[in-house]
Design a protein around this ligand. Structure first.
Ligand code: PHE
Length: 340
């Protein structure tokens, strides 16, 4: 091919290149070491020395022209490629973001916090218990020996490992607290946590529920101290107008034992449907710590005495918020959970 044809073909090929890759191929075939322009230049050696100067200048002119066209096209294509890339990577700022949702505290935990705050004000320390217990802590150390019928009242889930069970009552923490107390001095503690029992699941019973245990050990601790403490708790929790009532009861680990009722919020104690005409609603069990329990904990019952109580967390929440069914606590119904 002659110089003129090569010029035309090269400029056309450059002009037709659609992307950098095909442009590069064009460059190699015309401007490369083995390209057409180099081939033309190679012919110089066959020429008369007198003609070489003019021929060389002509081919160099061709090379410069083709190179110029190539460089211009390359700049164009690079710009295009960059624009395309920017377009593809653009962030669409009009896309709506994710909604930020604030969670809600579960009423179960709201009550734990409130009860804990009230007793912390009175100087009670807060202990964390354990859900899996040994039979000893759940029963034996609480004065419920093996084969005692009281174990039947609190049947539970037993683990395959011998002697382990899901605790039926936070009272197990009483035994831990006493045994762990290195100087066998006074104890003032509460312990919130889950408990488990074989139970029918109905509006007021669940196989799993929360309790808050309270234990106070000291010298000359009487039922009057228990009553004063619980009265203060109830008034803080449910309002100044509420009063409490002790009914004698039985627990193996307290003597005397009581069940404690709070005056009905709805009728103020006159008797209505909510309190089934009695004017009171039961909220907890309590009593003076049994001497056998003190002894199991390493305390001398002739020197020390104390009181203990166990309050149901859901029970308190139901009274506090007017919840009709204990199962609502575990159903994860967002409409229910949102209302606190
Ligand atoms: N543990 C008892 C129950 O679960 C409640 C209780 C606690 C009673 C402490 C007396 C003292 O029913």
């Amino acid at each position: 091919m002659e110089e003129k044809e090569i010029r035309e073909a090269a400029l056309k090929a450059i002009g037709d290149s659609k992307d950098l890759k095909s442009l590069e191929e064009v460059r190699i075939s015309y401007l490369g070491k083995k390209g057409s322009v180099a081939a033309l230049m190679a012919r110089i050696k066959d020429l008369d020395p007198a003609e070489r100067g003019a021929y060389g200048a002509k081919i160099n002119g061709l090379r410069n022209e083709v190179e110029g066209a190539y460089n211009q096209k390359k700049t164009e294509l690079e710009k295009e490629a960059l624009e395309q890339k920017l377009k593809e990577e653009a962030i669409d700022l009009s896309l709506p973001g994710y909604e930020f949702r604030q969670g809600y505290r579960h009423p179960y935990h709201l009550i734990i916090d409130e009860v804990t705050a009230i007793f912390a004000d009175l100087g009670f320390e807060v202990k964390e218990g354990r859900d899996v217990e040994t039979e000893d802590y759940n029963f034996t150390y609480l004065n419920v020996p093996k084969d005692h019928p009281a174990r039947e009242m609190q049947d539970t889930f037993y683990l395959e490992q011998g002697g382990l069970l899901l605790r039926t009552q936070t009272s197990a923490e009483q035994a831990h607290a006493m045994q762990e107390k290195f100087d066998k001095g006074p104890i003032k503690m509460i312990c919130p946590g889950k408990t488990y029992r074989r139970d029918d699941d109905d509006p007021t019973h669940s196989h799993q529920f929360g309790q808050i245990e309270g234990l106070l050990i000291g010298k000359d601790i009487s039922m009057a101290d228990l009553k004063g403490t619980l009265e203060l708790f109830v008034k803080r929790m449910f309002g100044e107008k509420r009063s409490i009532r002790f009914r004698s009861s039985y627990f193996p680990f307290t003597e005397p034992s009581v069940e404690v009722d709070v005056s009905c919020a709805k009728c103020g104690g006159k008797g209505c449907q909510m309190c089934k005409g009695t004017g009171y609603i039961e909220i907890l069990g309590a009593g003076e710590v049994h001497p056998a329990v003190l002894r199991h904990g390493g305390y001398d019952p002739d020197v020390y005495s104390g009181f203990a109580f166990g309050v149901g967390i859901e029970r308190v929440a139901m009274l506090r918020y007017g919840i009709d069914d204990i199962r609502r606590f575990y159903q994860n119904d967002v409409r229910f959970l949102k209302s606190f």
